[in-house]
Ligand binder design. Sequence first.
Ligand SMILES: Cc1cc2nc3c(=O)[nH]c(=O)nc-3n(C[C@H](O)[C@H](O)[C@H](O)COP(=O)(O)OP(=O)(O)OC[C@H]3O[C@@H](n4cnc5c(N)ncnc54)[C@H](O)[C@@H]3O)c2cc1C
Length: 256
Amino acid sequence: MNICVCVKQVPSANEQRLDPVTGTVIREGVSSILNPFDAYAVEEAVRLKAKFGGQIAAVSMGVPSAVETLRRIVAVGVDRAILLTDRAFAGADTLATARALALGIQKIGNVDLILCGRMATDGDTAQVGPMLAELLGIPHATDVSKIGAAGPEFIEVARMADDGYLRARLPLPALLTVVKEINVPKLPSVAGVLRGRRAGVDVWSASDIGADPGEIGLRGSRTRVVKTARPEPRAACRFLSGADELLEVLKGGGRA
Ligand SMILES: Cc1cc2nc3c(=O)[nH]c(=O)nc-3n(C[C@H](O)[C@H](O)[C@H](O)COP(=O)(O)OP(=O)(O)OC[C@H]3O[C@@H](n4cnc5c(N)ncnc54)[C@H](O)[C@@H]3O)c2cc1C
């Protein structure tokens, strides 16, 4: 089973910054990590490979420094890493991102299963996986928490739902987005870390994947961020030391 995992480099949680003029995410000069949900997708790919054989490719669209994130993934068992990077990809909304990833995956070729994280912790939309599946014309299941039986032509999954699980059987090729309940990602071995450090990462530009400049990046985005704002800070929080103090506050009309 040949698997492609889509991985995104995201700003570390306390370093999210937005350009006040353009409203877009500032990605340069910000410390970055692998999108946490994508670590579960990578681990699941490694487990499936151990069970069914095949190759794992990881693809990311992002800034050149994402090469380091890809190397860390090679350290845990990914066979091939590809970075889609080009000024022409900058400013992409979710559709333009999915288009670039779809072309990258078509260039990789011969992929049976695509794994994505449930969502990215910066964009938070959870749209890229389903959009990618639609663009590739393959079935998808979101919020997958368990992979069951699989064969050359099908895969069975359990999806998390509000009040339980939904079981689905998808023909391959297919795309799954996974939740953190699916596994516990392993740390890389020392040998893995060394392999990752030495690993070559294929770097593809927009023209390498045959992208139409009008369909990718800011030009290919159908949505625009028109305004961004931080929520107003609430009134200062006061800690109460007991029931008497609470009573006083309530008598005073609830003003702490
Ligand atoms: C209206 C709008 C406008 C935007 N404008 C800009 C902009 O101008 N500039 C800008 O920098 N960003 C912009 N963004 C953010 C940009 O769309 C997202 O970074 C990107 O499209 C991924 O969406 P997401 O973060 O919501 O991912 P999700 O859909 O939440 O991610 C789900 C999964 O898809 C995969 N995935 C997502 N992105 C990638 C990737 N790049 N490479 C590989 N796999 C990936 C991962 O497996 C991930 O776990 C905009 C977003 C919106 C909604």
